[in-house]
Design a protein around this ligand. Sequence first.
Ligand code: ZN
Length: 194
Amino acid sequence: MSQILDEVLAANAHYQASFGDKGSLAAPPARHFAILTCMDARLDPAKYAGLAEGDAHVIRNAGGRASDDAIRSLVISYKLLGTKEWFVIHHTDCGMQSFTDAILRDLLAQSLETAVVDADGWHDVGQGPGSTEANYLSFLPIKDLVSSVVEDVQRIRRHPLVPATIPVYGYIYDVKSGQLLEVPTATAAGRAAN
Ligand SMILES: [Zn+2]
């Protein structure tokens, strides 16, 4: 049995034992907002944004990018579950800044094992075969953090299924300090129409 599996199930038993009255929470987020952010293990949106169970939607993917699927979730978040304000939060030292689509496609074409990174960049050290299937995917890597936040806020703002009444705030989370730093250009681009 996997040690991780044991640990997760033990942690859940502990959580469940002090679950309290959370079983009576409603599904729509009580504080009516949503956060789109990166899956990076150093980020804990519940802690950095002060969330309790039932408070808000947190949509996570690699980079916190406004992918079609992230937008799918945001549309459901407001249309069916009533959120009224959204945050796009990328972060410093994001792994999405360390590669391009071409690099990742090349690594995957060589093998499906975990690659290694050093000062010269990414290297594949696995046993092949890999797959060229990644040639048909974009991984939405990040060249510049400020630009990625602005781009994603703009994409959400301009999406035909997103109402003009929802403000979209753009922030960068600093992994060294835990601080949320506003990207004013992004927040300006995400301003709601009255
Ligand atoms: Zn990241």
